[in-house]
Design a protein around this ligand. Structure first.
Ligand SMILES: O=C(O)c1cc(=O)[nH]c(=O)n1[C@@H]1O[C@H](COP(=O)(O)O)[C@@H](O)[C@H]1O
Length: 293
């Protein structure tokens, strides 16, 4: 894939990858407990072997992988070097890499995060980045600009899978708006996608949302029109956090065609055997395909 402005936008690349492999993203979360279960040391060498096995198993076989940055950062620069290797392995395998670093900062420092995670040639730049809009959606401007300029994508936290998220994300926006905070985030992403899709003619924009598969009836209760976002909807919470096929179908309704279900521990628990991992990912993708049909 050639870097730079000529690259097909992330939303279009993700739509193709989901068509080919099914709507599953495999999270690469080297938790200490998983390293122990795989007989690996809790250090950078253990994480390197862990990540290499996951990439051997699923690289070229799933729509996307999502390395969780904090779990690599635990081992400092040696751990971050392993994260960089995962990004490079995804590129070699032709598998989209969503770096889950949940970055968000005031504009001037957001520019530096954008440079680290969304610039061609940066060793930490995958195909998309998770970002936090809770310093104001506008603070993400430098990331939006960098992502769209380089054919990358963003997943903006909107309705997160953890129970504590509701206390902020379900809150009503300040008057005169009537939307919830999550609704305002969805609307802002939708505006960016409308502009991108008007330019490119693609079906799916590059500014996605994170909406946990565990959020129950929140989408309906808050009146969110997720289909109107016209961007990908990353749905963590499938597997270890308790959501399954029924929850995926119920949470996303008419927007289900844009959903990329995400599972980490429930797939990784099948390791360390590479073929067992690949089989677990296959099963996850098949289940997501059926649930979101
Ligand atoms: O942005 C994320 O990836 C994310 C958002 C969210 O709302 N909930 C959530 O669980 N995640 C991430 O998704 C992964 C879920 O892992 P499992 O619960 O093991 O499938 C973790 O890496 C979380 O940090």
């Amino acid at each position: 894939m050639s870097p730079g402005r000529s690259r097909t936008p992330f939303g279009a690349r993700l739509a193709t990858a989901m068509d080919v492999h099914g709507p599953l993203c495999v999270g690469i979360d080297p938790h200490p407990g998983l390293l122990a279960a795989w007989g690996l040391p809790d250090d950078a060498t253990g994480m390197r072997e862990f990540a290499a096995r996951v990439m051997d198993a699923v690289g070229g076989h799933v729509a996307a992988v999502k390395p969780q940055s904090a779990l690599f950062e635990r081992h400092g620069s040696a751990g971050v070097a392993v994260l960089e290797e995962v990004v490079a392995a995804g590129r070699s395998a032709g598998t989209l890499v969503i770096v889950d670093a949940k970055r968000g900062d005031i504009g001037s420092t957001m520019t530096a995060y954008a440079d680290a995670y969304l610039r061609d040639g940066s060793p930490l730049a995958g195909d998309a980045l998770t970002v936090s809009p809770f310093l104001g959606f506008g603070s993400l401007g430098p990331a939006v600009e960098a992502a769209l300029a380089t054919g990358r994508g963003l997943f903006v936290l909107a309705l997160t899978s953890n129970p504590e998220g509701a206390s902020v994300q379900h809150a009503a926006a300040p008057a005169p708006a009537t939307d919830s905070v999550a609704g305002m985030i969805a609307a802002a992403a939708g505006e960016l996608n409308a502009a991108e899709l008007a330019r490119t003619g693609a079906q799916l924009g590059s500014v996605g949302l994170v909406v946990g598969a565990t959020v129950g009836d929140a989408v309906r209760r808050l009146g969110l029109d997720l289909a109107a976002v016209r961007g990908p909807l990353l749905a963590p919470g499938v597997g270890a956090q308790g959501a399954g096929a029924a929850e995926l179908a119920a949470v996303f309704g008419a927007a289900r065609g844009a959903v990329l279900a995400s599972s980490s521990r429930s797939v990784l628990a099948a390791g360390p055997d590479v073929s067992a991992l690949r089989e677990a990912a296959r099963r996850g993708a098949d289940n997501a395909t059926i649930a979101l049909r």
